[in-house]
Ligand binder design. Structure first.
Ligand code: G4P
Length: 528
């Protein structure tokens, strides 16, 4: 096997999708703990705040104490290299969160055992589902009572159309969580609450389902219930098929508790076995295999102003094929120019280090002076381009106002460049450049970043007047129908920078009524 094939085989690049507070930070810490990247869980949070004190990143980032960027965590487990793409979920949720999912080969859907599928889970799931990304499900917080597990998985299937195949199954006695049954290994793992609040690896006691000692250990009630549920799963549950998993239809499912570490290691071990290695990517010359000798990559995120002393930016690049070496010269396919990739950055447990080489599935940060855009292809074989990264429909809208009308030109330049870079989307009320542009964003933080950058990079002090719209859809159909539709209450027609019409709606409800009534118009939540 060549070195390239070996490195590809070792890699798993994935992201966690969840609603805020489901436990993503906690699970991330525990994965790093098992990966040996940190010895005491809890240090991700601690280091994050320590880093803010000395950070040279955007001032705003320090003031807010939150991370503007999502980073990439790299760790090893059992000889494999895992690249966890961090998807910001709280106030720093943005279009970048969606775009990051495009760079992942699989995703872990993390659910709170009391809440099941929540709004943000659904939004992120949709992005994965559309791309047929294989999805694992981890039901978290099982150390405390939650929904009936069968009910919860049923809800997932009804809500998302995703069939769950439990690899581990919770053992419950009344409201008490006793452990999990590992269906594949046919082993019982008993939960032992440690004294150290989940900081170290969880102790597990393992035995088989038929072990007489198991019934004693978990009690007759729990033992009977477990037997019934396992039988039900064997008879009526979804069978596991690798094809179903690889096309994102069937999700291997695990129960556990990130806080106490319980169930994390069995999950990680199973994840390693099932998760896809870097997958082929579609391009203008057909699918590019990771084992293809020539280097290819695409830009999925741009982080501006990491160092305010220099106006440079970091383009986050996902390697798709071939071998990346520091200092190599590649083709920047969109402009046809060649580009030297000097001083790339890699991320190990949130520390930035310089890399000498990288392989398919890896993410490197390339210093850039403004020539790279989201979706750009870099290649040592200049004839191909990856299909671009879609624009996702914004959820917040505001009209941009400037005090000094003489700065309008700078505003237009700034908005054009920042929207090309993916910082926010720009719309106009009339086809063509209307009077005051409207900006749209997936997360509110994007607006703060936008205003900050307009001022610091383009010298434009702008203010935003927020608009009442919450949902946007690109619309396609006869112009007369679109205009008639726009006259309805609680909606507005705007055009994006490519002059494609979008309809803004004040609520999901106004969108739904439009969807029910209209046959002639098609609605798209990503740019068609
Ligand atoms: P997030 O990144 O998805 O937003 O979630 P985060 O890990 O910050 O966890 C949200 C809250 O849920 C935290 O509590 C965390 O301790 C708790 N949590 C995470 N995993 C588990 C689990 O397996 N079991 C239980 N019972 N709780 C869990 P908090 O009180 O908001 O914060 P903290 O003071 O504990 O940090």
């Amino acid at each position: 096997m060549s070195r390239l094939e070996e490195e590809v085989r070792r890699r798993r690049t994935f992201a966690i999708i969840s609603h805020p507070d489901a436990g993503k930070t906690t699970l991330t810490e525990k994965l790093l703990l098992y990966g040996g990247a940190i010895h005491l869980a809890g240090s991700v949070k601690a280091r994050r705040s320590a880093r803010h004190a000395t950070s040279d990143w955007m001032k705003m980032e320090q003031e807010r104490g939150i991370s503007v960027t999502s980073s990439v965590l790299q760790f090893e487990y059992e000889g494999a290299q895992l690249n966890l793409l961090d998807t910001p979920g709280h106030a720093d949720f943005s279009e970048d969160t969606y775009r990051t999912l495009i760079a992942a080969d699989s995703a872990v859907m993390l659910l709170d055992n009391r809440k099941g599928v929540e709004e943000r889970t659904r939004q992120l799931f949709e992005v994965c589902h559309r791309r047929r990304t294989p999805i694992f499900t981890f039901v978290n917080k099982c150390d405390r009572a939650g929904m009936e597990p069968l009910q919860l998985l049923d809800d997932v299937e009804r809500d998302l159309g995703l069939k769950c195949f439990p690899i581990t199954w919770p053992i419950v006695d009344g409201a008490h969580f006793l452990g999990v049954y590992h269906r594949e290994l046919q082993q019982i793992l008993l939960f032992e609450k440690g004294e150290d609040h989940g900081q170290r690896r969880a102790a597990v006691r393992v035995s088989s389902l038929d072990d007489a000692a198991v019934a004693d250990a978990i009690g007759e009630g729990a033992w009977n219930r477990l037997h019934e549920e396992i039988e039900l799963l064997e008879l009526a549950g979804t069978p596991f098929s690798p094809e179903g998993f690889f096309s994102g239809e069937v999700s291997p499912t695990y129960f556990g508790s990130a806080l106490t570490n319980f169930g994390v290691e069995p999950f990680l071990a199973s994840f390693l076995k099932l998760a896809p290695t870097p997958r082929p990517r579609d391009s203008t010359i057909g699918p590019i295999q990771p084992e293809d000798e020539y280097f290819t990559a695409f830009v999925f995120k741009i982080q501006a102003n990491m160092d305010p002393k220099h106006r440079d930016r970091i383009a986050f690049v996902r390697v798709c094929s071939g071998h990346f070496e520091a200092g190599m010269t590649v083709n920047h396919v969109r402009t046809g120019k060649s580009l030297r990739l000097a001083a790339p950055t890699q991320f190990l447990a949130r520390e930035r280090t310089l890399v000498e080489e990288a392989w398919p599935g890896d993410v490197v940060g390339i210093h850039d002076r403004g020539s790279l855009r989201i979706g750009d292809t870099l290649s040592s074989n200049g004839v191909l381009e990856f299909s671009g990264i879609p624009r996702f429909s914004p959820e917040h809208f505001a009209r941009v106002r400037i005090g000094d009308p003489l700065r309008r030109k700078q505003l237009d330049t700034g908005l054009k460049q920042l929207s090309e870079e993916g910082a926010a989307q720009v719309f106009f009320s009339d086809s063509g450049a209307g009077p005051a542009p409207i900006v749209g964003a997936v997360g509110m933080l994007q607006f703060d970043v936008l205003l900050h950058r307009l001022e610091s990079e383009y010298g434009v002090a702008a203010k935003l007047d927020f608009l009442p719209y919450k949902v946007a859809r690109w619309v396609e159909g006869p112009a007369a129908d679109i205009e008639r539709l726009a006259r309805g209450i609680g909606r507005s027609l705007v055009y994006d920078s490519k002059d494609r019409p979008l309809m803004l709606f004040e609520s999901e409800w106004t969108l739904r009524t439009a969807l029910e009534k209209e046959d002639a118009v098609r609605f798209h939540d990503i740019a068609p």
